[in-house]
Write a protein that binds this ligand. Sequence first.
Ligand code: ATP
Ligand code: MN
Ligand code: MN
Length: 373
Amino acid sequence: AKSGPSAVTNTMGAYACQRKTPLEHHNAVLTDALLLLAENADFCTNEGRSVAFKRAASVLKALPGPVRRMEELQGLPCLGEHCQRVIKEILEHGASSEVEMTRHSEHYQAMKALTGIFGVGVKTAEQWHRAGIRHPADLVSSEHKLNRAQRAGVEYYEHLRVPVTKAEADRIGEIVKRAVDAVLLGAEITLTGGFRRGKQTGHDVDFLITHPDEGREEGLLPKVVSWLEDLLLYQKTNKNSYLEAKEWPARPPSNMDRFERCFSIFKLQRPWAALEEPPQSGERGAAETPGWKAVRVDLVVTPVSQFAFALLGWTGSQLFERDLRRWAGQKGMSLSSHALYDCEQKRYLRATSEEEIFAHLGLEYIPPGERNA
Ligand code: ATP
Ligand code: MN
Ligand code: MN
């Protein structure tokens, strides 16, 4: 007899942190469509709808094979009526009319271009859109005021659109290591974010910095930043503002953490190495290809006692993080990138590894490469 997929699908947890989501999966056509609708919902400031589409896409990423018939979706979590309608149309006709209409809509395209500028969120993009701005180039000649981050975002727009490769991330890692070593002996840096999940490209490079002696890491970033000065096209450094409360504060922990941090844009020299031919003069693009590339880099400093939480919180994916916090809440705990608090026992649960945090939460350990929810 033909075996149905129900044995697999019935056991899938509704939280992304309950399942393994590899980087490569079998349903990219469907997930690309659902994620475009999620993105568009974000552009319309409809977060609930956006999360619903992201959850549905994430469930499909975790399936062991490609979906061919609607019956195979039976028993799967997070697939609402709207998602099913989109999936059905794609399975039957190869494309979804709603997705294609959205993709080509003027609002979607303008919002995609404008929110693609570093320092620009949906609110600002929407204001500009209403004022007739459609593209970063429109801002150069307009009277709209840009803050420092946005000015850098517009200036390096074409650079920052190009994905960062793993090789570039590693080269930046070496530079950051050199800077950190120069200002604080024994400090350690860890590559986090998408690259730690095994991605080969990313929109930025994320690093965690710590020191084995608690307290030594305080005030590290301004020194690192001044060491790096000539290599930074932009930087904004914030001090650590985290204070452990006697009791967990009434407001829920936000997904913005309070570590000492630096959001920056690096000027990375291109190595015209054996792999990469130098541009020949006269060839297309040679004139405008500069010998460097602007790359977004996030540096975050954590006290070593919070390192495991920071690592878990900065490895992502964003949906995985969101569901970890939701899962913790449902278990009477509160999770942030700093700590885990047990609201019933009224105490912090310490951990020195990600494995311990998963254990505290009553979850099977999911390695970084399978957190691509
Ligand atoms: P990409 O390859 O596109 O960079 P990514 O998964 O690395 O993908 P990021 O936006 O760099 O995405 O974020 C990495 C992780 O860091 C995410 O899981 C996110 O939760 C966390 N993070 C990002 N920004 C902040 C912030 N301001 N405060 C706290 N955590 C953040
Ligand atoms: Mn990243
Ligand atoms: Mn980042």
